[in-house]
Design a protein around this ligand. Structure first.
Ligand SMILES: [Zn+2]
Ligand SMILES: [Zn+2]
Length: 342
């Protein structure tokens, strides 16, 4: 099969083509596994963290990609959830142990044996993919493959962030950064919490216009004060300045949720300017979002099909994965990016 693989950790400002197209043997399903023939795979900011080594693949070469959609092409021994031809998706959670107290209480995203798709096992930047049938989701009929792919990570983690932010109808929500995940959160909030106002902080004018177009009541640059204080903020940026600025915008008791698997260190010295009364006093909270549980993905796919929530996306050919990644790196974002495989 054709696959775009990462062979070496590198800096993207020194190497704009980190992935290489190679031929790998077609995967064969083991016990309890299925093999998917993929049609699309979403491109996620986490791939940049993998390539640059902030959360590196556990082995190299690695097929990246954790928002894969395709059809069941082969079924292993004892796998019986699906039949050949079923349309399914794979998300960031590739597997978890299933027996620790986190796994037993619905918090498999915190399992110490958590394995990530496209980082700890080959992912979706390829024609075929092998996966446990227990970590696969049926795709609702109302969604095209390319519409479903960004929902599997950007959407599911946005949904988890929303839950952790604890926002209720009528409360004000801030979004710092406006990429694939934030634009899906905005779409979800406008449907589920019609009386809530959403304030978007984004560095590019295009992103701010896009946010207003999708229903944000206000959009400003990072650092610009919003017209009203916020009950919660979800941060999806790779930097620290937005974190510092968001804390200042929170109302008493407000919560900042950081939805980023790793932060870049470029501006981490800003943290030394943390001012307790301005940033943390009055019971303000900071919480990170780690991975996703299968329940997040299942629930969000249902919600998305129901409302419906469809992502804005742009397609690239599989062999153009490097172009999609570099555009993501340089903030050329409008919604999500999806690789077309077959
Ligand atoms: Zn992702
Ligand atoms: Zn576990």
């Amino acid at each position: 099969m054709k696959a775009m693989v990462l062979e070496n950790i590198c800096r993207l400002d020194e190497n704009a083509r980190p992935l290489r197209m190679i031929t790998l043997p077609d995967p064969v399903p083991g016990k309890g596994e299925i093999v998917l023939k993929l049609s699309v795979c979403g491109v996620c900011h986490t791939e940049l963290d993998e390539i640059e080594g902030r959360t590196p693949p556990t082995v190299l070469p690695m097929v990246l990609g954790h928002q894969a959609v395709g059809r069941v092409a082969a079924i292993g021994l004892d796998a019986n959830r699906f039949t050949k031809g079923d349309r399914v998706g794979v998300a960031w959670i590739f597997s978890a142990c299933g027996s620790c107290d986190f796994c037993r209480t619905g918090r498999e995203n915190l399992c110490s044996e958590f394995l990530a798709t496209g980082r700890d096992a080959n992912g979706g930047y390829a024609e075929y993919m092998r996966v446990s049938e227990d970590f696969v989701y049926a795709i609702p009929d109302s969604l095209e493959d390319a519409e479903a792919a960004p929902l599997l990570c950007a959407g599911a983690i946005g949904y988890r962030s929303m839950r952790l932010a604890g926002v209720s109808n009528g409360q004000h929500l801030g979004l710092t950064g406006f990429g694939a995940s934030a634009h899906l959160v905005l779409k979800m909030v406008t449907h589920r919490y019609p009386e809530s106002k959403v304030f978007v902080f984004a560095r590019s004018k295009k992103e701010r216009e896009f946010a207003r177009h999708l229903g944000a009541c206000w959009a400003g640059n990072i650092g610009e004060p919003p017209p009203e204080p916020l009950d919660a903020v979800i941060d999806t940026t790779p930097a620290w300045k937005p974190v510092m600025e968001a804390l200042k915008c929170l109302r008493p008791g407000g919560r900042l949720v950081i939805n980023a698997i790793r932060k870049e260190s470029r501006d981490s010295d800003l943290l030394m300017q943390l001012d307790y009364p301005a940033h943390l006093w009055m019971e303000k909270e900071i919480k990170s979002v780690a991975n996703v549980a299968r329940q997040d993905v299942r629930e969000f796919l249902e919600i998305a099909a129901d409302i419906p929530i469809k992502p804005e996306y742009r397609e690239y050919a599989l062999e153009d994965a490097n172009t999609a990644l570099m555009e993501l790196k340089h903030g050329k974002i409008r919604g999500a990016k999806v690789l077309r495989i077959g």
